[in-house]
Design a protein around this ligand. Structure first.
Ligand SMILES: [Zn+2]
Ligand SMILES: [Zn+2]
Length: 244
């Protein structure tokens, strides 16, 4: 088993993974060919979907809005696109099929890591120090703790081992989907997308301030596509353990 098949938890990411995610944040994501691969695969694999959020939140220090950085802006932009695509696909369904929920292709970051490509440079940064900083997950833990009162109401019962909540994409796919649950999921995702846009907007120069519901939207969005293991592991992790 390689590292990238392991669910992300408080142990964090490898230096190579953080390099690949850093390069992804710095431009790969903007390329049309890569954007369409991300849409077909519904984002990145669970480990790298959450890794993308960790690397952006921990390492991106400058930004607009009340928080001035350490915020999931690129993650929000990507998931806004995925949510509107998925909500539209589910709203247009009159028959029962799980096809729309399935991933096509592979994880772009896994492919970068496995393709024998040159390790990505950090342009003058000390990659080990940068990785150690990201893996402390100080700001990510803070985001998860602050927003938990909102997102804990909609965690996936299968991911979380609870009796109530809302199935994530993977577990909805396993449970099979009828027309009513497709429509209900589409409505939820469309509402989630509106909250996420408010959050993304709050991180821009002229954006209005965010709300607790909007703050939690990026966690719900990443978790719906990639599963809840990471936020559940990190928030049950004894208080705020800091990696050495
Ligand atoms: Zn991956
Ligand atoms: Zn689940």
């Amino acid at each position: 088993m390689t590292n990238r098949e392991i669910i992300l938890d408080a142990d964090g990411l490898t230096v190579d993974e953080i390099g690949a995610l850093w390069a992804f944040l710095h431009g790969d994501i903007m390329e049309p060919g890569i954007r369409s691969r991300l849409r077909e695969y519904w984002g990145l694999c669970p480990r790298h979907a959450w890794g993308h959020a960790v690397v952006e939140i921990e390492l991106w220090e400058a930004g607009a809005g009340a928080r001035h950085g350490h915020q999931p802006f690129d993650v929000g932009v990507l998931h806004d696109a995925l949510l509107s695509q998925m909500a539209g696909a589910l709203a247009g369904r009159h028959h029962t099929s799980t096809r729309v929920l399935r991933r096509e292709g592979g994880c772009y970051v896994c492919q970068q890591l496995g393709g024998g490509a040159e390790p990505v440079g950090y342009a003058g940064f000390d990659s080990t120090a940068l990785a150690a900083e990201a893996n402390r997950m100080i700001y990510t833990r803070r985001w998860l703790a602050e927003t938990k009162p909102v997102w804990e109401l909609v965690t996936c019962p299968t991911c979380a081992g609870t009796s109530t909540g809302r199935l994530c994409r993977t577990h909805l796919l396993e449970a099979s989907i009828d027309a009513a649950s497709a429509a209900d999921t589409g409505t939820y995702l469309a509402g989630l997308d509106r909250r996420l846009r408010l959050l993304v907007d709050s991180m821009t120069q002229n954006g209005t301030p965010s709300t607790p519901d909007a703050d939690a939207s990026w966690v719900e969005a990443v978790a719906w596509f990639a599963g809840w293991s990471f936020p559940l592991a990190l928030s049950s992790d004894d208080s705020n353990r800091i990696n050495p």
